[in-house]
Design a protein around this ligand. Structure first.
Ligand code: MRU
Length: 359
């Protein structure tokens, strides 16, 4: 993805002993990159949300482990680092998927080869994520093209949170088809849910779409249902942090309410995901661990002052507490289709197994 004419991925290797990320807590007001040199710094970047989005934290976890292996490549150290990194965020399965894959690639190998192997495997995970996002884009484009041909007017697509290139290594999941449709000349406009409490929609998705020249409007989270009732949403596309074997979908808090409103109004509700987001070990969404985050995210809000400085303000009465579940589960019955790198399927066990028979 291009920022001011320069191509960026959201994570990049620096030699073989560091990697770079974009500090997403500073966007959209400042574009700042960070150099990560240790697994502990990688863990901090994930917990502090400097880096975020299910596929991206998988790649960050993989590179973080690769950094640790340079210092100590013993079985014991690898096991401890995998556990430390896996605990940084509980809901997105991509993180564990990447760490378990790294561990599997390393443990049976000679110790003196593990550091180089780990770096290679992390790079492979990142490159594969880019390829999966590109394929998701193409598969989602077919759906948008079909809808545009039927509607014969500008399409309005609603999305929640940020499932663009900032949440993956490049291109995105939910936003990849939107970028391709825009590039193909399909007339479209995106409703961007602000996505309280952390505002990933307002601060990240709007930033991405604006940088790519895609027409968009930020909505308060509560407004989407209203626009659906008035025929102003043709389709919803969101990303996901974990899909269970029956097609239930965990995604950023508030996704479920959008799916309910979409169902009530006959608006197709699609979920875009790479196969690294599917948790085949869980039968349904009730067993997905939901991250409970700091109440400060609800009680306070960051923003830019007229003098250009960025600050945090309190928005609630002093003394009030807040609850802050990071994700919710949308039942499969509310999902029109799952857009994956292998194609689009029904959100059912049969649909998923049809695309991924080896699982
Ligand atoms: O808490 P976040 O910002 O990491 O949550 C991100 C989301 O919920 C995204 O929709 C999801 O990771 C899909 S990313 C392509």
């Amino acid at each position: 993805m291009k920022i001011n004419g320069t191509h960026y991925r959201s994570i990049w290797p620096i030699g073989q002993d560091a990697f770079g990320i974009i500090d997403q807590t500073r966007l959209p007001h400042e574009f700042v990159t960070l150099t990560i040199r240790t697994a502990e710094q990688a863990a901090h970047a994930i917990t502090s949300m400097q880096t975020r989005g299910a596929p991206l934290i998988g790649a960050v976890g993989a590179y973080g482990l690769a950094l640790a292996v340079r210092g100590d490549a013993s079985d014991d150290a690898i096991q401890k680092m995998v556990e430390m990194l896996a605990h940084t965020r509980p809901t997105a399965i991509n993180l564990k998927w990447a760490l378990w894959r790294m561990r599997g690639a390393l443990l049976n190998q000679p110790r003196d080869k593990r550091a180089a192997l780990a770096w290679k495997e992390a790079a492979l995970i990142a490159d594969e994520d880019v390829a999966m996002s590109q394929a998701i884009g193409k598969n989602g484009l077919a759906i948008i093209r079909d809808l545009a041909a039927r509607k014969k007017r500008k399409l309005n697509i609603l999305t929640h949170c940020n499932a663009g290139w900032l949440a993956t290594v490049d291109y995105g999941t939910a936003l990849a088809p939107i970028y391709l449709a825009h590039d193909a000349g399909i007339d479209l406009h995106v409703w961007v849910d602000e996505t309280r409490p952390r505002n990933q929609g307002a601060s990240l998705t709007a930033f991405e779409l604006g940088s790519h020249g895609v027409a968009h409007t930020i909505l308060a989270d509560n407004a989407g249902g209203h626009y659906m009732q008035h025929g102003q949403v043709d389709m919803v596309i969101v990303g996901t942090d974990r899909v269970t074997a029956n097609g239930d979908v965990a995604n950023k808090i508030g996704t479920y309410l959008k799916a309910l409103a979409a169902k009530d109004n006959g608006v197709p509700f699609y979920v875009a995901l790479p196969s690294s987001t599917i948790d085949w070990t869980i039968a349904d969404g009730a067993d997905i661990p939901i991250e409970e985050r700091s109440q400060d995210e609800v009680l306070k809000m960051p923003g830019r002052l007229p003098d250009g400085s960025v600050t945090v303000v309190e928005i609630a009465a002093p003394g009030s507490g807040a609850a802050n579940p990071g994700f919710d589960v949308t039942p499969a019955r509310l999902v029109t289709g799952l857009i994956t790198e292998r194609g689009t399927c029904a959100a059912t066990p049969e649909g998923l197994r049809g695309l991924f028979p080896e699982e």
